[in-house]
Design a protein around this ligand. Structure first.
Ligand SMILES: NC(=O)c1ccc[n+]([C@@H]2O[C@H](COP(=O)([O-])OP(=O)(O)OC[C@H]3O[C@@H](n4cnc5c(N)ncnc54)[C@H](O)[C@@H]3O)[C@@H](O)[C@H]2O)c1
Ligand SMILES: O=C(O)[C@H](O)COP(=O)(O)O
Length: 399
């Protein structure tokens, strides 16, 4: 159970390099930001895996400056009343640019050609002579007129799909859970595949942009490859776990898959014939690192200071204009009678309510109540204690 009153200096622990512009969101008088704090109020991280970490009682929020949250034990955070945030779309353009770059570069055998040239020795025969004689081994394919299958039409997938049309490619998309926002942004020339098998069967290139979940783990496997055209190129800028690597190695060996371009090299990938390993550079641009860091830190600051929630992946989003009045925030199970029990505690202390919001998300809910009256400092711990004793309350703050 987490219960806290604020008005003290808050501590932020960073677990990766977070862009300075993002960290500057925390003003120095009110925040201490370090990478070695034992008991922080919030954590800001990128891909650092937190599955082995124990979270202290004081921890209220974790912000992932980026999209994928498979490095965070989200269910455990929810049980402990820790809000987890990410930064949807903030790095999507960076990933899109690298996907399209790699799509063309690998189709033209550019990566193999570059490393071949770097290995040439000009002592016996001039480099230019060797280049002209050897270049035939790198003859590639143009993408114009070919079909790109895009699995997952979220922030990244939609950008890739739209821009691939501008390369004169045919584009097929598959996303059974597409959001209304993305659907509005998607070109009507992107053909909708009704099944993933339809996409597999018709694509010369396939790019995947879905989160790694129990449902998507290993989605590229022997069964999936069987539907695909021979020599298909597969681009994976999402997560290595989407691919069954044993099946991929075999498919590359027998030519079913022509190239496997992945942003997630590991020991298996380095041993694969025709794999193009990229060192997880999808989001590594100055612009994207700043976008993600600023968005992540602003969301955490807002949450710590006002309780308002934007872009959480485990708490419901909820917002009330912050007037500076005393505010109760409670994260609780989504069961009847929670709000009335909180209100009745406030009433028993003769406290009037100025405003309130209650939002739910599947099994959990979040309530914020602004109190119209002055609340004396000595009453705060008592109020917190009483609210936190309500069955179903996970965490309470008085801000
Ligand atoms: N390489 C990198 O540096 C980098 C950078 C950003 C994101 N990523 C990865 O890319 C993923 C996608 O990022 P995003 O910003 O586009 O996320 P997003 O949430 O905007 O989009 C994900 C899309 O996948 C769809 N989806 C979910 N399950 C699906 C399924 N089984 N079949 C088809 N579609 C499915 C969702 O409906 C959603 O539209 C992230 O989860 C992350 O793992 C990698
Ligand atoms: O999911 C993401 O946002 C990407 O994989 C980026 O990861 P990074 O922040 O470690 O570059």
């Amino acid at each position: 159970m987490v219960t806290t009153t604020l008005d003290q200096v808050k501590t932020i622990k960073t677990l990766n390099n977070i862009a300075e512009r993002g960290l500057n969101v925390f003003d120095k008088e009110q925040y201490v930001v370090t990478d070695d704090h034992e008991n922080p109020d919030a954590i800001v991280a990128r891909s650092y895996s937190m599955h082995h970490m124990d979270f202290p009682d004081n921890l209220k929020a974790i912000a992932r400056a980026g999209a994928g949250v498979n490095n965070i034990p989200v269910d455990r955070c929810t049980d402990q009343g820790i809000a987890v945030f990410n930064t949807p779309g903030a790095n999507a353009n960076a990933v899109k640019e690298l996907v399209l770059t790699s799509l063309i570069a690998s189709s033209r055998n550019l990566f193999d050609g570059l490393s071949w040239v770097k290995g040439l020795d000009g002592r016996e025969e001039s480099i230019s002579k060797q280049v002209e004689a050897g270049k035939k081994q790198f003859v590639g394919k143009e993408v114009k007129g070919k079909t790109l299958g895009v699995i997952g039409l979220g922030a990244i997938g939609a950008l890739v799909a739209n821009d691939a049309l501008a390369l004169d490619m045919n584009v097929i998309g598959f996303d059974p859970f597409i959001s209304v926002n993305t659907a509005w942004n998607l070109s009507r020339n992107v053909h909708r595949a009704m099944t993933i098998e339809e996409l597999f069967a018709n694509s010369d290139y396939i790019t995947v942009h879905v989160p790694l979940t129990d449902d998507t783990t290993g989605m590229f496997n022997e069964e999936a490859f069987a539907y695909m055209k021979p020599d298909v190129h597969i681009l994976n800028f999402s997560r290595d776990g989407l691919v069954n690597e044993e099946d991929m190695a075999l498919a590359l060996q027998n030519g079913k898959v022509g190239k496997y371009i992945t942003d997630f090299p590991n020991e298996n990938v380095l041993n694969m014939e025709n794999a193009v390993p990229i060192p997880h550079l999808g989001a590594s641009t100055r612009e994207s690192e700043e976008n993600c860091a600023v968005m992540a830190t602003k969301q955490v600051k807002e949450f710590l200071e006002t309780g308002n929630i934007k872009n959480s992946i485990n708490f419901p989003n909820a917002s009330l204009p912050y007037t500076g009045k005393k505010r109760v925030t409670a994260f609780h199970h989504n069961v009847p009678n929670m709000v009335s029990q909180i209100i009745s505690i406030l009433s028993s202390h003769h406290l009037n309510i100025a405003d309130m919001v209650n939002r739910s998300r599947r099994d959990v809910a979040y309530t914020m109540i602004d109190i119209d009256d002055e609340v004396s400092e000595y009453m705060l711990p008592e109020l917190e204690k009483e609210i936190s004793r309500i069955e179903g309350i996970v965490s309470v703050r008085l801000i």
